[in-house]
Design a protein. Structure first.
Length: 140
């Protein structure tokens, strides 16, 4: 039996995942990190993106996080996400609409918008669509 680490993925609304995993991949601030059991302690901001939890050789679960914090202890990985949803539950139409609205806001040169907010919204929408695309490719 492979070594495991306990993983908790929590959003502001609810606990999304709690269980054992062989490996966890997360979009840390300085790049994607892979966390295995007995990993050195680590705390990092999370970028919007996909958290993959390898439960076993045959099962990997994907979650989308819009940002947050990652805390790693040798026997515990905690993802404290601003928002988190299962990748398969992402609403593609809503993500496409959010992307279009953010792009439209960024093209507005009148100065009446908050560019940082629009850029953040665009990044979240793009990462949701990328997570959906990866999920579709794995499913085919």
């Amino acid at each position: 039996m492979a070594m495991t680490v306990h993983v908790d993925i929590v959003s502001a609304e609810k606990e999304i995942f709690s269980g054992l995993a062989e490996m966890v991949f997360a979009p840390a601030e300085l790049g994607e990190v892979g966390i295995s059991p007995r990993h050195a302690p680590l705390i990092s901001k999370l970028n919007p993106g996909e958290v993959r939890v390898k439960v076993s050789d045959t099962e990997t679960q994907e979650y989308f996080v819009s940002g947050g914090l990652l805390e790693v202890q040798p026997h515990l990985v905690t993802v404290l996400a601003d928002t988190a949803i299962r990748a398969k539950d992402i609403d593609e139409a809503a993500a496409l609409e959010a992307k279009a609205k953010a792009e439209e806001a960024l093209s507005d040169k009148s100065g009446k918008i908050d560019y940082a907010t629009a850029q953040a919204q665009l990044a979240v929408a793009m990462m949701q669509l990328r997570a959906l695309d990866r999920l579709k490719k794995r499913g085919s």
